[in-house]
Structure formats: structure tokens, C-alpha cells
Design a protein around this ligand. Sequence first.
Ligand code: DP6
Length: 436
Amino acid sequence: MKSEKKKEIDGLTDGVSDSTKCAAGLSPQSQGLPLSDRFPQSQGLPLSDRFPQSQSLPLSQSLPLSDRLPLKETPALEGSVAWEAPSNIALIKYWGKYGQQMPANPSISFSLKACVSQTKVHFKPQSGGGVRFSLSGQQNPDFQTRIEKFLNSVELHYPWLREYALDIASTNSFPHSSGIASSASGFAALALCVEQIDQHLRLTAEQGSAVHHPEPSAHLADAHFLNRASQLARLGSGSACRSVYGGWVQWGMHPATPESRNEYAIAHQSAIHPVFTDYRDTILLIHKGVKQTGSTAGHKLMEGNPYADARYRQANERIPRLLSILASGDLTEFGLLVESEALTLHALMMASEPSFMLMMPNTLAAIREIQAFRKQNGLPVHYTLDAGANLHLLYPAQHETEVMLLINNSLMQYCENQAYICDSVGTGPRPINPLV
Ligand code: DP6
């Protein structure tokens, strides 16, 4: 890319340094500071540590959150824990819910590598509890209220929350006003922190203060820990339950995967074709403004949607179809399925009462360019959308050069401030330094 084409977003540059390279990740300039500087203690873990083998439990072993007995006496400890968790993009969409954050249909997503939240929780004894939340060092009343509500709602499962004050500091690797929701990565990171504190208090209460606590990275190999964190994250935001795992993740019960449940997500680690293990997702930031209707209100509108039953049937039929595509590596079938899912999601929004539309004229213009490019070049470049105007461009790593040319020549003009983010399938959450 010619240097004059590099654009600033909110004083941040986009993530691209030359026209044919889109290395998964944001450039250091994109956030002012590299991740390691924003979280000085952050420790890189070897991939094998970040992506343990057993991440889903046989059904007989998964525990409901309510399974644990309350501590007889809560130990008085002070300390901090910190986790990084990824955002994720669903290919089969969760849209519609019931009860306590239960999905109306199963969904499948992959976790991103570059778009992550880092959350640090300082805990100290304080009668009656208390929560303080900051995002990038700033207090945010809306987030503060949502997080307080969430933590109050899970006090039953974590009674020590009534006896501890939590100071929660979070940062996102992606620009705050980019239109990329931080609820999935944010709630996943917070759930991992809360679950780690819970384990810490329990171990201390059961075995005394001299107990040897596991390294935080050991939690990544602890299927119970991840299972509980996924359940807890779900109660904060449905899609967040998928963000406690890396790679391809399913949330919601389906007979094709007997271990799947509505309460938590499971990681699909076997039978993923190599082409999908580092699949690229370049996010075109079409519109950064506040959405007309948020996801939670959108889910609610499915209750009166005349197409809801047909949609839930369709999503269920699509789960085994996507799983077999992920195993075979059939990119043509992949494209047909994921683009139909994206447009179905937005069609459901338009068919709601009251109806709403989150796509923007530039979303459609960019879709047309992608279709024309595919017709001309025959390359497997497809798109998906989440609940917003931004387009996720999905393609195999081997076609990065051609796709970057497409972006620079034809698609960047549709992005607000010509901004986009280069991302790909990621390996999941990681603890940031053992601080306890
Ligand atoms: C379109 O998880 O953000 O991105 O559970 O109300 O917090 P709440 O909703 P949220 O919904 C995500 C909807 C989606 C599809 C998906 O991620 O599966």
C-alpha cells in the first residue's frame, strides 16, 4: 500500500503495512502500544500450553455451576488475576434465546487471534462486596452497570462475591469505536478471572494458606475449569461462552455432537481440515457508530418473529453440514453456507416487528465487489456478518496476497476511514502472569 493510503482511526492507524501482507494481528501502531506494553506482565506461552488437547468433557463429567457447595468459611485473601480472551465470529449464528441465556439454536464460531480483551481483577475482602470497572483506564457507567448486574446475578454460584470488592480493569486490542463487540471477549476474560479466584479461595479454604496453587496456565488443561468458565461467560453474554476456547467452537445442543449442551460451549479440535486451522478473517470496518438495535434486543425480537421456528430448524440442519465441511475442506460448500447464514441473520432482523436493519449501503456495495471478484478469479473469498454493518472477509491463508489486492483496490473505499483489521483463527485464551 502506498503510505498515503494508511489511514488513522481515532488517532490509531489501521493494521496494514503493505498492500499484500495482512499478518494476523493489529500493527503496534494500531493501539498506540503493543499488548506486552499495555499489560507489562504478559507472558507469551508456547502454543502447546495455550491449546491443550482435552477441552471438552464427557457429559457425565460436566458440572453445573450450582454443583459446588458454598465455602464454610471464606478465607480473607487479597490478590490479582488476569486473563486474555479472544473475540469470536459465528458462522452458524446464535439468534434467539430463552430462559437463563439458553440459545434457541446451536451455533458454531471460530475464535479470533488479534481481536482480544485483557482483563485484570484485583480482589480484596470487603463486607457486602463491590465492583469497580474501567475500560482502557476510563470509567464507563454503561459497562459498569452491566457488569454489576452480571456479578449480582451469579452470587448464588459464587457467594464469596458478597464478601469481596473487585476492581476490574479491561483493555481491548481493537479500537473501542470500531463496531466490533467486546462483550464476547470481555465476558470470557472476566469469567476466567472469576473462576480462577473461586478456585484459589476454595483451595485455600480446603487445604490452608500453605497450599501450592496451580500455575494459571495449568487451568487451560483443566477441562472442568474451562467448562465452568464457559457457563459463567454465557450468563454475561451468550456468544462469550464460545470465547473460552480457541479454534472452532460449538455452543448449543445437537445430536451430531452428543457432548454438546446449551449451558456451555465445546471446542471442536478433531476432524478440522488443515485449511481451516489458520483461516483468515479480515474485518472491513464499514461503520463504527452505535447500532440502532443491540444484540440483546434483537434476540428478544425473535420471540414474535413469524419465521423463528423455520430458522431454528434450519440452524439445526446446518450444524452437521458445517461440521462435515470443516472436516472435508470443501470451500465452495463453505461459502454457500456461511453467506446464506449471514444474510439469513439480517433477513430475520428485517422481518422482526419492529423491523430493523444493521447493514449499511457500503455493506451491500462491498458484497457486490466480493461477488464480482469471485466470478472473475474463482477464488474462495466469502463473507459473513455479525449483528452490525461490518463485513468479515473469510479466505484461506494461501490467498492472502490476492485478497489484500482486492481490499486495497476495491474494498477499502467502503470502510469508514478506510480501516480494516487483519485477523485469523486463534488459539484461545491465556492467563497473563501468575499474579495471585
Ligand atoms: C449475531 O452474544 O452478543 O453475533 O447473549 O444478548 O449478549 P447476548 O447476545 P450476543 O449475540 C451474538 C449474536 C451474533 C451471532 C453469534 O455470535 O452467534
